[in-house]
Design a binder for this molecule. Structure first.
Ligand code: GRF
Length: 302
């Protein structure tokens, strides 16, 4: 049961212990204060007393748990948890009363304040791993899905060890069907991160996730971008052209290869001794350093 909770909330064993302690102490504080407040009312008959007591503790519980969570260092978790309960209750009521199309409500009002990202990758997935590690205990962002076009891709093994749901996509449906937009919405995906994903993103997906799809490219765009410029091809071209620097580009995705507006670039030196492999190593180091934090900045800092 504890393992299940750990996976559900994406917390370490130690944090789970602190969370359970907060629940226990918060509950006790709530019961104690509830009885004190009830004593202030002169109600004799038992049914109204019970109803009033239930009402008081329902209102008091979030406050008590938040108070206890501060010294135990779990305020962020409980703020998010209580928000989530609030959204579940009030969010559902709003959906039945307003007339917004279903499409909009599933995208924008997923019943959680956590931003759910999907990572699309075709290869080993070292960037996916860096992002998963970065957000492991985050109360704000969670890696909710790994998408791959290659059933044998290393990134799918990472997904399975990390207990992250994965989705293997097929060409026909991706390019000529709904581009898996319905499935992504159904899973509450808010944001898409491409990390070594080798298929071009179809416009149906770009339109559904406008300004919500980003990519990382292993060179300083606009140089060394475009069709065929991926993996070792990029580094070989950089070395063949005797460049003295290369780097990474994180950018929004539009309908053209490696073209959307640039979010961040970081550089590294290319020396005479560099080979495509050694350059790939330098680039990976830059990627793992900057991609997770760039995603975090985009999703949490405005
Ligand atoms: C990275 O170099 C990235 O820039 C490019 O594909 C590579 C993926 O590497 N788009 P990994 O699978 O994350 O290790």
């Amino acid at each position: 049961m504890f393992k299940g909770l750990q996976q559900k909330w994406k917390v370490s064993g130690w944090q789970l212990l602190l969370i359970i302690t907060t629940f226990a102490l918060g509950g006790s504080l709530c019961g104690y204060s509830g009885r004190k407040i009830l004593g202030l009312f002169a109600i004799d008959s038992s049914l109204p007393r019970v109803i009033l007591y239930l009402l008081i503790i329902t209102l008091l519980w979030p406050l008590c748990v938040l108070i206890i969570s501060i010294p135990l260092g779990q305020f962020a978790f409980f703020k998010n948890y209580i928000n989530k309960i609030g959204r579940r209750i009030f969010g559902k009521r709003r959906q039945t009363t307003d007339n917004k199309p279903q499409e909009e409500t599933t995208m924008v009002h997923h019943p959680s304040s956590i931003v759910r990202i999907a990572i699309f990758a075709s290869g080993a997935g070292s960037n996916a791993r860096a992002i998963i590690n970065h957000f492991r205990n985050s109360p704000a962002v969670t890696v909710a899905l790994i998408v791959s076009n290659k059933p044998e891709a290393g990134v799918l093994k990472i997904a399975s060890t990390e207990n992250i749901p994965s989705l293997i996509i097929e060409k026909e449906k991706f390019f000529r069907g709904n581009a898996y937009v319905d499935e992504l919405r159904e899973k509450g995906i808010d944001f898409v991160v491409l990390a070594g994903f080798l298929w071009k993103v179809p416009s149906a997906l770009i339109k559904a996730y406008q300004n919500k799809i980003i990519n990382i490219h292993p060179a300083l765009l606009p140089k060394y971008g475009g069709k065929g410029m991926y993996g070792a091809h990029v580094h070989e071209a950089v070395i063949a052209n005797k460049e003295t620097e290369s780097g990474i580009t994180i950018h929004y995705v539009d309908e053209l290869y490696d073209h959307g507006s640039i979010i961040l670039q970081a550089k590294c030196e290319v020396t005479e001794n560099d080979t495509p492999e050694s350059l790939a190593g330098k680039i990976h180091t830059l990627e793992h350093l900057h991609y997770p934090t760039a995603v975090e900045t985009l999703l949490t800092k405005h």
